[in-house]
Design a protein around this ligand. Structure first.
Ligand code: SF4
Ligand code: FES
Length: 359
């Protein structure tokens, strides 16, 4: 019997600590405490195991990964293991000196998140006064050093009016890639779904703007687009299929098939202390649970799109239908699609300021 193909990417959540308080945070409701975080030595071992298991890309994430004082050492360990390293950061906590040290450590790429394109919006959404100004400073330092930079703009009802400005900012910073990512309602974000859910009119305008921006920047900027899930006819291919292309390790060392997997309370997840990463990837029951097609309901198993979206997001099926083996309720063929439509109808009537910061 052949095992699964090797994982391509590892998302290493180095810490849940973060100076920002974004209401759309997708980290779980219960955060790992600093004392529970994996040590430098353990992450170093895990990065070697990841490379041995076939991982090519390592995303250093959080929380805010710059909250780890050993970020430079961790980056060096990952580079020495032969991994392509991408730092996913809000920019807060990075200085010019640290960025230069990260370059020396072998960092390959920076992905900077934006909460908005003005101080008024970005600082309000991030809950951090002065954050936007510092972020722009970090973007300039990143450009000076010459790191490839991706701007990740997280969009929702309360900042979609700044979309055009986001493209203009990307032009000014001469970035090669922009990710326009509509909020996915996992973790803390699910608490703020109603206040962040875009309206139907906003979504129509958003799609037009993205199409136009792509046409205008063809050949010089790649624009990735993660559309708002609830307005789609078909679900996203979450994680490229469960246990199929990537894995996540949380700050305390739990090895997860996706960042929201801990909402699957019926599953038990191994930690990096239990077995080498490659073994967990191949054999752990939590990874096997929804790998391939055996778990699929007949609706998906007999559908031509099963090799495109793999039945959608298991965590979303769990959250909305209460059944991790259900067809993703976003799917227009799902018997549960009406539940999503009902949520949409009530969400868009919520007040804008009615969100809870991630504290
Ligand atoms: Fe995807 Fe299943 Fe819907 Fe088909 S029925 S489009 S496989 S979620
Ligand atoms: Fe877990 Fe989609 S977030 S499968």
């Amino acid at each position: 019997m052949t095992g699964p193909a090797p994982p391509i990417a590892l998302l290493a959540e180095l810490t849940h600590r973060c100076p920002l308080m974004c209401p759309y945070c997708s980290n779980p409701l219960d955060l790992a405490r600093k004392e529970a975080e994996l040590s430098t030595e353990t992450w170093t071992r895990v990065f070697r195991e990841a490379a041995d298991a076939g991982v090519l890309q390592l995303h250093l994430s959080g929380g805010e990964p710059a909250s780890r004082r050993d970020l430079e050492d961790l980056t060096q360990a990952a580079a020495q293991a032969g991994l392509y390293t991408n730092l996913i950061t809000s920019g807060i906590g990075l200085t010019q000196r640290r960025l230069k040290a990260l370059e020396a450590a072998g960092l390959d790429h920076v992905q900077l998140s934006l909460q908005g394109t003005t101080s008024a919006t970005a600082d309000r959404i991030g809950g951090y006064d002065g954050g936007f100004k510092r972020k722009l400073q970090v973007a300039d330092w990143v450009a000076e050093i010459g790191f490839p930079l991706t701007l990740n703009v997280v969009m929702h009802r309360q900042n979609l009016h700044e979309l055009e400005d986001a493209f203009a900012l990307a032009d000014r910073l001469q970035v090669r890639r922009v990710e326009i990512a509509c909020v996915q309602f996992h973790g803390w974000a699910s608490r703020n779904r109603a206040a962040l859910q875009p309206t139907r009119d906003q979504v129509a305008a958003l799609k037009d703007s993205v199409a136009q921006a792509r046409a205008e920047r063809d050949g010089r900027m790649v624009i990735d687009f993660v559309p708002p899930d609830y307005y789609s006819d078909y679900p996203k291919a979450c994680m490229g299929g469960w246990g199929s292309t990537g894995l996540v390790i949380n700050p305390a060392g739990k090895v997860l098939p996706c960042h929201a997997a801990e909402t699957m309370s019926h599953l038990t997840f191994a930690t990096v202390q239990d077995a080498p990463l490659g073994e967990i990837w191949k054999n752990d029951p939590a990874f096997q649970a929804y790998r391939g097609e055996d778990w699929m309901p007949d609706l998906c198993r007999n559908c031509a799109r099963k090799s495109i979206d793999f039945g959608g997001c298991r965590c979303q099926a769990m959250a909305i239908v209460g059944d991790p083996t259900a067809t993703d309720p976003v799917c227009s063929k799902s018997p549960d699609r009406a539940k999503v439509d009902q949520l949409l109808a009530t969400d868009v009537t919520a007040a804008d300021d009615d969100f809870a910061y991630r504290r």
